[in-house]
Design a protein around this ligand. Structure first.
Ligand code: TRP
Length: 355
């Protein structure tokens, strides 16, 4: 077993735009809980990145910091194993972003497939906030500041890791040595979970998600409204599994695949009503979400504790990210006012303040 310091470094983040839901749970939260005992894991509450397309609603971005941190703890993220930190309070990330901006072209950013899709989806047209166009550079700063080599993200984020590695190679070439490691995306095997309406994209504004904090009757109601096979009108009709959200969710959440296979066979043959399948899914989801909700309720009574976790994690992350900033500046031969061996582990801003 490698010691903590030798463990491979993992960084991942969530934009603080809404509470986490079942899609996050199967897609990444479960993995993060498992990975925290074998890796050095950092979770970034990406409030600065959230602002790049939510500048009109900063209250939402702020409110969801505590929500998401509470979700992390409720699903079993252990602050002793995983460092939870707040992006906007890590000034080295902004410094690295500004530095990396010189190692990437606007044309390259405009060609980034993730950005292209997102610009379209958000209907920015030609009025793209500069912060939004440049968020891949900030994300490269996030990843490299922790010297992360593994970045668990959804498939849609893969081009951002590629862009990060391009920046890493440019910096390393300029420095003449490998000051920064390249990172690889860890993409979950399970595909993206569809919304309960069958749409590929889950979003709170569409009302097609099941949040981790959902109450029992909210879960039941969501399952009842779930998209199935529109041609499966009577129980006796043969039904389709493909695109049938209830079965997609059973595949993702039911830990008895034999029972699910049996239900599928009966559904396809005809003679099995939607309500029976939905009943099973409701049971499965209630069982998964009940303990998460119970922990969430306990945590909600003590928001000071959650804030404290974020504070301690952010202080720890400051040390790590400031050290990388110094490494990169040194490697590039950038001017510094500080003596080598000056105040170590402190932020460079505090060093200025003390001079
Ligand atoms: N862009 C990521 C998302 O939308 C969030 C994020 C911000 C992130 N910084 C990161 C993910 C660093 C991985 C690594 O989900």
């Amino acid at each position: 077993m490698p010691t903590c310091a030798e463990r491979p470094v993992i960084l991942t983040g969530d934009r603080t735009t809404g509470p986490l839901h079942l899609g996050h749970y199967v897609g990444s939260l479960k993995n993060r809980v498992a990975l925290q005992s074998t890796h050095r894991q950092f979770l970034l509450l990406a409030d600065a990145q959230a602002l790049t397309d939510n500048a009109h609603d900063p209250a939402k971005v702020s409110r969801n910091i505590l929500e998401i941190a509470t979700d992390y703890l409720a699903v079993g993220i252990e602050p002793d194993l995983t460092t939870i930190c707040l992006q906007s309070h890590l000034p080295a990330l902004a410094d690295l972003t500004l530095l990396y901006m010189n190692f990437v072209t606007v044309a390259r950013l405009e060609r980034n497939p993730t950005i292209k899709d997102e610009i379209q989806a958000r209907g920015f047209g030609r009025d793209i906030p500069a912060g939004f166009l440049c968020y891949p550079v900030a994300q490269a700063a996030d990843i490299t500041a922790f010297k992360a080599t593994i970045v668990p993200v959804g498939e849609d984020q893969a081009p951002l890791i590629e862009q990060t590695n391009e920046i890493v190679r440019r910096i390393n070439r300029q420095a003449g040595r490998d000051v920064l490691p390249e990172a690889r995306a860890l993409i979950p095997r399970v595909g993206r979970l569809p919304g309960i309406d069958g749409k590929a994209k889950m979003s709170k504004s569409q009302g097609n998600t099941i949040p981790l904090s959902a109450a029992p009757d909210q879960i039941r109601d969501a399952v009842r409204r779930m998209f199935t096979d529109p041609n499966h009108v009577r129980a006796s009709d043969p039904g389709r599994i493909e695109g049938n959200v209830v079965f997609t969710y059973l595949d993702a959440f039911d830990d008895d695949p034999a029972a699910v296979a049996n239900l599928k066979a009966r559904y396809i043959r005809g003679g099995l009503g939607d309500s029976v399948v939905k009943e099973r899914l409701d049971e499965v989801l209630q069982a998964i979400l009940a303990p998460i909700r119970a922990r969430r309720n306990l945590l909600a009574r003590d928001p000071g504790h959650v804030l404290d976790v974020i504070r301690r994690g952010t202080a720890q992350a400051r040390g790590v990210t400031e050290a990388t900033l110094r490494d990169v500046r040194d490697a590039l031969g950038l001017f510094t006012l500080h003596e080598p061996g000056g105040i170590v582990g402190d932020t460079h801003r505090m060093q200025y303040a003390q001079q």
